[in-house]
Design a protein. Structure first.
Length: 252
């Protein structure tokens, strides 16, 4: 049957967030025990290093240790377990985003999406093309579609986020990716405002690992590349909440 864990694969730990509140929100929203820890992947922007920050600050309210050859930290908070995995957010020359899951920053922003996928794959990470309001339309949408046509679903995934409200908008490219066998990784993608630190883990996936659970990044990556092993977790925003967050994102 395997061990089932809940994961938010598209999170941020911004400077405006309290690490204590962020960690407790992740556990509150995802659960997390020694047998089935909650998992969060932080995709850092330029200048961020979430794992280093957690190593410094979590000791004030919990225990922290490196796992997965330094690709993740295991946090123990009041008997609850949380694994935080390193990741990177790249902004491409085509003005779309590519997330490097399980990989640290290895290049500046401004390269092509295809170049980032190649770099991430060489690092042993997993690439994700995340949907975002307006960023998959027009010429940028053509870039995403070309990536879906030219890149195998064994090295690339697509992402859905909570701000795409329960009532839409629909995305033909997400549907196209599903039809072609790409994994759709659902995550919160919080904004850099204090209110959003409570959202981590509120939208994501339940993933099934082997009998040994997720003892390594490779185990988790295999699960994320298996659409049949992924089940939606949590809820997208309501339309009013999505509208407020979208307006806030224009100033972020």
């Amino acid at each position: 049957m395997g061990i089932r864990c809940r994961i938010d694969p598209h999170a941020h730990l911004y400077d405006s967030f309290s690490t204590r509140e962020w960690c407790h929100a992740a556990i509150r929203n995802l659960g997390g025990s020694a047998e089935a820890p909650a998992i969060v992947i932080t995709v850092d922007r330029v200048g961020q290093d979430s794992l280093s920050r957690l190593r410094r600050e979590v000791t004030a309210f919990g225990d922290v240790s490196d796992i997965w050859e330094g690709k993740a930290c295991a946090l123990s908070l009041d008997g609850n377990e949380l694994i935080v995995v390193q990741g990177t957010q790249y902004v491409t020359s085509e003005r779309v985003e590519v997330l490097a899951l399980g990989a640290q920053r290895a290049a500046p922003d401004g390269m092509t999406a295809a170049e980032y996928v190649s770099i991430i794959t060489e690092q042993g990470g997993l690439s994700c093309l995340p949907w975002s309001p307006g960023k998959w339309l027009g010429g940028r949408g053509k870039v995403v579609r070309r990536m879906l046509d030219e890149t195998p679903p064994t090295i690339v995934t697509v992402g859905d986020i909570s701000i795409r409200s329960r009532l839409g908008p629909p995305s033909t490219l997400l549907s196209y990716a599903k039809e072609k066998g790409f994994s759709v990784l659902k995550g919160t993608d919080p904004l850099p405002r204090v209110e959003d630190e409570r959202l981590v883990g509120s939208f994501g996936l339940e993933v099934v690992g082997g009998d040994e659970g997720f003892a390594s990044w490779e185990n988790l990556k295999r699960a994320l590349l298996s659409p049949s092993a992924l089940q939606p977790w949590g809820h997208r925003n309501s339309l009013p909440v999505a509208a407020r967050r979208f307006l806030a994102s224009l100033a972020a």
